[in-house]
Design a protein around this ligand. Structure first.
Ligand code: UD1
Length: 427
């Protein structure tokens, strides 16, 4: 397996292009199931998860065509067409590799009247149940059955009637599934306490471009007037606010000026506010955002929360950055129960982090030292890269398939701004 080797302590400078958002891509792709016309997605990131989603859609009868992607380009254009849905089952083999496969449930149900998806099970960062996905679809009129590790959702004859649902806990994925089902329902649906993440807004904008009628976009109550059919569209995937935030942490910990091209400040206000609290200057520029650290980092206190709060997907990267801040930072993870897997690895690199329950206290240190490390999830892996960029000596990050799921050509982007980082083949 490949590894990434970083020789840390280098100053970085320059521009990093921010790719299309992984989490947006994974909810825009299944929208192809909602129409028999072509859907063209631009700025799709080149990531393992996007490829896996494409293969899943192929199995359901969706054709996928990638246009004119040159190897040197970031992103690509994909045209998907579900002229006919030929299968309605997302099998275990695919779902276990990619939890986001659950996002075919809503659109398949809406288009084909039936969908069967393997239960995803837990993952490294927590239990991650799908009860809210199922309850929301039930409220829209689906009948749900769970047998032998698979969930089947069926619409009544004539299609889903639509209905009202209030989410007891904010869920990004469940909101997405409910939205994709409701747009083709017979009647009107109301989703309360819906997720408001920018990726949800991206999904709503695509659905509207396909002819859907949605009120309240960007708010926690969404009213969806179902349509008989949706049509094709061409749509550009939003920039990845988590990738941008991750590189901002890399800039901050190395005291380096970096411009993040394509990043949108209004989609990452909580991250920017936290960076500013840490003493990092962040400004909007014509084509992105400029990150200008001043040499020292202040400790900060942060708690993860649904958007517009501080994203759980930024917690690990911030923690890495705060390892070298002055004083003690306090981070509280409220979304996932087991999202501190990076802590022992960061401590092995000389960090001083104590975890009690859901709270981590990060005592800033003056130096970190490179070490062989590995992580069990995507953002945790990125936190090790960030720490490795600032640590003295060599850091060897293994299990980098996690990174390939969510960071498009990470080492190339960092090399281009002066990092000493390379990918090497493992044994
Ligand atoms: C999405 C993101 C992930 C991010 C997370 C929270 C994608 C592909 N993934 O994941 O990167 O970390 O949002 O911002 O977009 N929950 C339930 N029952 C459910 C569904 C969720 O109890 O049916 C709980 C979860 O266990 C968690 C919380 O709700 O504690 C939020 O999870 P959710 O927003 O659903 O996360 P995902 O959509 O899986």
């Amino acid at each position: 397996m490949d590894k990434i080797i970083i020789r840390g302590g280098k100053s970085l400078s320059g521009r990093i292009p921010i790719s299309g958002a992984k989490n947006s891509a994974l909810t825009l792709l299944p929208c192809a199931l909602l129409t028999d016309e072509p859907l063209t997605l631009r700025n799709l990131p080149r990531l393992a998860d996007v490829d896996s989603f494409g293969h899943l859609l192929n199995q359901l009868g969706v054709s996928t065509m990638i246009e004119g992607a040159r190897p040197e380009d970031f992103g690509r254009v994909m045209t998907l067409r579900a002229g006919r849905v030929t299968a309605t089952v997302a099998p275990y083999d695919i779902v276990r590799k990619m939890r986001a496969s659950i996002l075919v449930l809503g659109p398949l149900l809406a288009r084909a009247g039936e969908a069967t998806v393997s239960l995803p099970g837990g993952c490294a960062i927590g239990n991650r149940p799908i009860d809210l996905h199922l309850k929301a679809l039930e409220a829209l009129g689906a009948e749900i059955e769970i047998t032998a590790g698979y969930v089947t959702a069926r619409a009544p004859k004539g299609g889903l009637p639509g209905g009202d649902f209030g989410f007891p806990v904010v869920s990004v994925g469940a909101t997405e599934n409910a939205l994709m089902a409701a747009v083709l329902a017979k009647g009107t649906s109301t989703l309360r306490n819906a997720a408001r993440e920018p990726e949800i807004v991206d999904l709503c904008n695509l659905l509207v471009a396909m002819g859907a009628h949605i009120e309240g976009i960007g708010q926690s109550t969404l009213v969806i007037h179902g349509k008989d059919r949706l049509h094709g569209a061409t749509y550009r995937v939003m920039a990845d606010r988590i990738e941008a935030g991750s590189y901002a942490c890399a800039a901050a910990i190395t005291g380096s000026p970096l411009d993040l091209i394509g990043a949108k400040l209004d989609e990452m206000e909580a991250t920017v506010a936290a960076l500013r609290q840490a003493g990092v200057q962040v400004d909007e520029i014509a084509d992105g955002i400029a990150v200008r650290p001043n040499g020292t980092l202040n400790a900060v206190t942060l708690s993860t929360a649904p958007f517009p709060g501080f994203a759980t997907d930024m917690q690990a990267q911030f923690m890495a950055m705060l390892c070298m801040a002055q004083g003690a930072s306090v981070l509280t993870e409220t979304i996932f129960e087991n999202r501190y897997m990076h802590v022992p690895e960061l401590n092995r690199m000389g960090a001083h982090i104590e975890v009690k329950g859901r709270t981590a206290v990060v005592h800033g240190v003056n130096r970190m030292v490179g070490a062989p490390v590995m992580a069990t999830d995507l953002r945790a892996s990125m936190s090790l890269i960030i720490a490795g960029l600032a640590a003295e000596g060599e850091t060897e990050v293994s299990r980098i398939y996690h990174l390939d799921r969510g960071y498009e050509r990470l080492e190339e982007k960092l090399q281009a701004v002066g990092a000493d980082i390379e990918r090497v083949g493992g044994d």
